[in-house]
Design a protein around this ligand. Sequence first.
Ligand code: BGC
Length: 266
Amino acid sequence: MSKDKDDTTPTAFGIDIGGSGIKGAPVDLRTGEFAADRVRIPTPDESTPDNVARVVAEVVRSFDLPDDVPVGVTFPAVVQHGVARSAANVDSSWIGTNIEHVVGQALGRPVVAVNDADAAGYAEAVHGAARGSRGVTLLTTLGTGIGTAMVVEGVLVPNLELGHLEIDGHDAETQAAESARERDDLSWEEWAQRLQRYYAVVEDLLWPDLIVVGGGVSKHHEKFLPLLHLRAPIVPAQLRNAAGIVGAAALAARAAGVTVPGENAP
Ligand code: BGC
């Protein structure tokens, strides 16, 4: 991290553990921007807990990180109190693993682990598309799976797993995720019909005030969001692929008791 950074700038370090890459950067918690360039290392082919933890440590070691900087990691599965409870799109050997323990040992410092969509949703609520919005915000990430997060008046409700709702006899993400669009070679219109069905069911159950759509495909939002007709406004995420890192950093800072001016915490 840059040494000439203002020492009073509250900083935390976020790491995004994904299927293809492990990315990390220090985050300026006031602005939600990276305080130094992001480092990315490919996820090991055999993505066992030990192998992944080793790469996370390599990412963190690329920075000169003071000991008191909180560190957060995202994980693409249910994370309950630091423990991976599912493994929809990751190596099943993770189930039951205490991510905070394994990664914390590799780093030699405490780590906070959170679900990837929760991190992205929290980041969008604090610094992105849902900043300042009242009531219930639902964030969805459209990628290999569908990640979902709910933020209510600034408070994250963790581990919402609405990507796995059963809709028309299917696990919803197998039909409506970005990976389904690619697999079935769908046009934007065809995919939008699947998204319409998905979001209509979710909306009938949750009644969110705002829906934010993230994931890599959200950069093409103008191709499919205007085709959706829902009660709530549905808008693209703003932080794009930085959201996981920013959210992991912010949630780690919160867990460490760091208060950030401007954060719309309750
Ligand atoms: C998992 C979620 C995850 C989402 C996005 C789903 O299959 O169950 O925990 O947030 O994929 O990675």
